[in-house]
Design a protein around this ligand. Structure first.
Ligand code: COA
Length: 388
């Protein structure tokens, strides 16, 4: 055991009119500190995950958590950014501070306020997480990048639109049970499978229901070193935390292989001394349904090109052999980019502490988390296990 999550908080995700990144940060920071049962003065180091890059005018975020309480004044705080894996990047920075013995308690907040822009404008910001020199002119923003990846996958392995629609249906069915989710609404298979006015093509074979939405939200965790964690009322330990970056240009990689995610999973499972199916559930980065499909292969659930089996044969449903995204995932819960990685850890802590309410799985023992920045560029896997 390296370090633990000992407190957590999560805002509602969605279009949060009236909230700002500041109000979201202070809300989840104060709730996480209270949930951990510590005082603000006990926090040694702060990391703020925020992708930003133009969603809001306030770009400099590191000191906003200090407004939660006067005792946070003068604490070292840093904004962390690693595209859509920003939240996990901030958590991993916190783990490094603990490992270096620079802190006993670390506050990590992930936040994004995206909906001040419309979808097209948000797409212009998000495309900056591509290799701009070669990829920025792809149409439809970041959806265009995954449109291209999905077309390449279909070309090699055949049209998998049925599987993608099933993944969307699963996400929305699970999202209904998640009170924090952006969409708490079921979509049926026919709606997700067939293009329509309400479900148009967005990029390549991807329709609207294949995309995560543009979302506001925040989440926070308190990390503690092992000694401190053992004295806390709840403690969820990291069995593994691995980070793998790959080349940025898609032209330098076989983009449907997801080599970075594959290596991150391999290293995490090896360092935790586990097999994939030892995990009770996985929260994975379904920014697009095709990303989830390829991630089944990257995590080792199916051989290459056979990811569809995991969804079509029910393996990844709530009652399947490896439930995936029981929170609704990015697709239904929403994807406020800087908050997403922290949110995935919070969702896992809820499950592992038996406090997930309507989402609760039966006595889960181990959680796997995969958070991805860019098109399989910044890849983070965490494996969590409850201690108390
Ligand atoms: N899935 C399902 N429904 C969605 C949706 C989504 N992703 N996004 C919007 N909707 C719904 C809205 O709730 C709204 O429903 P209503 O008519 O019942 O009120 C309707 O679709 C229209 O919403 P709007 O916001 O006008 O849609 P849009 O066409 O402008 O945007 C996307 C849809 C898919 C283009 C946008 O959500 C998007 O760009 N997503 C990708 C974001 C992204 O790239 N993130 C980074 C990933 S790495």
């Amino acid at each position: 055991m390296t370090a633990c999550i000992v407190g957590w908080a999560h805002s509602k995700f969605g279009k949060l009119d009236g909230e700002t990144s500041e109000s979201l940060i202070t809300k989840v920071a104060s709730e996480a500190i209270a949930h951990a049962g510590i005082e603000p003065r006990d926090v040694d180091v702060i990391y703020v995950g925020n992708m930003n890059g133009g969603f809001v005018k306030q770009e400099f975020h590191s000191s906003l958590p200090l407004q939660t309480h006067p005792d946070l004044r003068f604490k070292p705080s840093t904004r962390v950014e690693n595209a859509c894996a920003t939240g996990s990047a901030a958590i991993h920075m916190g783990l490094n501070s603990l490992a270096a013995k620079k802190a006993r308690f670390v506050l990590v907040v992930g936040v994004e306020k995206m909906t001040e822009l419309n979808s097209a404008q948000a797409g212009d910001v998000l495309i900056k997480a591509s290799y701009v020199a070669e990829e920025a002119n792809i149409e439809a923003g970041f959806a265009g990048i995954f449109g291209k990846i999905t077309s390449a996958y279909f070309q090699r392995y055949g049209d998998k639109s049925d599987a993608l629609a099933r993944i969307a249906v699963k996400a929305h069915r699970n999202g209904v049970k998640n009170p924090f989710a952006h969409f708490q609404k079921e979509f049926d298979y026919a709606f997700c499978r067939n293009p329509s006015d309400k479900n148009p093509f967005v990029a390549g074979p991807l329709k609207r229901t294949d995309c995560s939405p543009v979302t506001d939200g925040a989440a926070a965790v308190i990390l503690a070193d092992t000694d401190a964690a053992l004295g806390m009322k709840q403690a969820i330990a990291f069995r593994a935390a691995e980070h793998v970056n790959d080349f940025l240009p898609m032209s330098k990689r076989d983009i449907i292989q997801f080599d970075g995610p594959t290596l991150a999973w391999k290293r995490a499972l090896e360092s935790a001394r586990l097999d994939l199916l030892d995990l009770s559930f996985v929260e994975t980065h379904d920014c697009f349904t095709s990303a989830e499909l390829i991630e089944y292969e990257a995590m080792g659930l199916t051989p290459r090109g056979q990811g569809e089996r995991a969804i079509l044969e029910g393996w990844v449903e709530r009652d399947g052999k490896l439930p995936i995204n029981v929170s609704g995932g990015l697709k239904a819960k929403g994807h406020p980019v800087g908050a997403t990685g922290v949110s995935m850890h919070v969702m896992s802590c809820l499950q592992l502490s038996g406090t997930a309410g309507g989402m609760q799985l039966q006595a889960p023992k181990l959680a796997g988390i995969f958070n991805m920045g860019g098109a399989a560029v910044a890849n983070y896997v965490s494996i969590l296990e409850p201690v108390k």
